[in-house]
Design a protein around this ligand. Structure first.
Ligand SMILES: Nc1ncnc2c1ncn2[C@@H]1O[C@H](COP(=O)(O)OP(=O)(O)OP(=O)(O)O)[C@@H](O)[C@H]1O
Ligand SMILES: [Mg+2]
Length: 254
């Protein structure tokens, strides 16, 4: 069983320290929800995990199956089984969903002998996943994210997740821009794909997404550190009480 381990992670962006010692272990098959106030460093954590060049690890480590991935480029991390869905997916005019997904699929599934999957193999796999997620064929001929609604972007993201079959997925959800149907797309998609061999770290502001994705654990990131962890009841407490009590608990005076 694969394991993603974040060990005393410190990271900075633009020379400013944002993560101040994050510890978290995600095993394959577990769903972890990460909550926390605006600016607490949730997206920074996601970007640091992926290896975004702007986010520098200044201490600690990120390990997949005991091996550090900190020195690896994003594509090498993807080969190790990490998947990150962006909070604001970019639109790429002129690139269809089909060609984008094929390129991503080939990049991850090309074997040691440099054999990429055939077009037939890709189509078979794609058709199966589109059926599973209820995605319409016409979707594949559209340009990547161009004119996509929030829900359609999410559908594209989940389709990508289903095709790439990562060991670990980091989903950074804004929630805010998404209506309840878009949230449901993500939640139901993840539930369909998850199972024993996917570990998920889902970043969210609202408890409502967790009604559909049943998290194994809930964590709160506060000023670059995980200050509380628990089960689903923690998300209910946050929904009810907000984040103020964490401040007191962390002994932060501001
Ligand atoms: N690329 C960047 N350039 C400059 N500052 C950044 C960058 N990314 C993050 N930061 C800063 O790091 C801090 C944490 O931001 P981050 O986006 O990680 O918070 P968040 O927890 O994801 O917030 P939200 O809930 O609003 O999505 C903020 O002060 C932000 O301005
Ligand atoms: Mg964010």
């Amino acid at each position: 069983m694969a394991r993603l381990e974040i060990r005393d992670l410190h990271a900075s962006v633009e020379g400013r320290e944002i993560l101040n010692g994050v510890n978290l272990i995600v095993n394959q098959g577990e769903i972890h929800a990460l909550m926390g106030p605006n600016g607490s460093g949730k997206s920074t954590l996601a970007n640091t995990l992926l290896g975004h060049p702007k986010y520098k690890v200044t201490g600690g480590d990120i390990l997949v199956d005991g091996e550090s991935i900190v020195g690896l480029t994003p594509d090498k991390r993807a080969k190790k089984g990490l998947f990150l869905a962006f909070q604001y997916p970019v639109s790429v005019p002129g690139v269809t969903m089909f060609s984008f997904l094929r390129a991503a699929y080939n990049a991850v599934h090309t074997d040691e002998k440099n054999q990429a999957p055939t077009l037939f193999e890709f189509r078979e796999e794609m058709n199966e996943k589109m059926k599973l997620l209820g995605v319409d064929e016409s979707f594949m001929h559209r340009y990547l994210n161009e004119g996509f609604s929030g829900g359609e972007k999410k559908r594209a993201e989940i389709l990508q997740l289903a095709l790439l079959k990562p060991k670990f997925a980091v989903l950074d959800e804004t929630d805010s821009g998404l209506d309840i149907d878009a949230l449901r797309v993500v939640a139901e998609g993840v539930s369909k794909i998850a199972g024993s061999d996917l570990g998920v770290l889902v970043i969210t502001h609202y408890q409502r997404i967790l009604k559909y994705i049943k998290p194994t654990f809930v964590h709160v990131l506060y000023e670059g550190r995980i200050t509380a962890s628990g089960g689903e009841e923690l998300s209910l407490k946050l929904e009810e009480k907000g984040y103020g009590w964490l401040k007191e608990q962390a002994g932060v005076v501001s």
